[in-house]
Design a protein around this ligand. Sequence first.
Ligand SMILES: [Fe+2]
Ligand SMILES: [Fe+2]
Length: 181
Amino acid sequence: MLEKIRQVVKNAAEEGDWKYHIVPVASYAKKLARILKVDEEITELAALLHDIGRIKFGPENHEITGVPEAEKILKEHNYPQDVIDEVKHCIESHRGSKDIPPRTIIAKIVANADAMAHFDVFPVFFYLRSKDSSFEDAIKWAYEKLDHDWKKKLTLPEARKMMEEKYKAIKLILDSTRAYI
Ligand SMILES: [Fe+2]
Ligand SMILES: [Fe+2]
């Protein structure tokens, strides 16, 4: 069943988005689910679908546009309503906005895994940003993103522990580059 949802998301997403974002988010979400002893399948399902709004309709308000889209996909695959409701909450709360904070452990995992994935593929940000901005702007933007992920989005101690080394390594490189700007 999970494999079908995996295919739906993979087919809808751009290749880079799938490979460098959705796949690592799903992988970290599964790892955290195992550590925190919550349902691994529902957690992976929510991770696969967390950005479906962005994938289908663009980045703006994608935590809102993704909710009915995920519900439609899950209903088509006969998922029970309680699973659908959990996934919907994970999507609406995944951006860490104050209006809808993650209430469940699975939603917290998805929001954390979303940020964890950024640490794994950090150079992707420079590639994406450098298309329409200067190198200096790209560095500044990447630095703010790293800071926001580390300070605001990584709320689970287990997630922080897993990413600490990568965070420090990325920060070291960015700080050393910033000294020349
Ligand atoms: Fe997102
Ligand atoms: Fe995401």
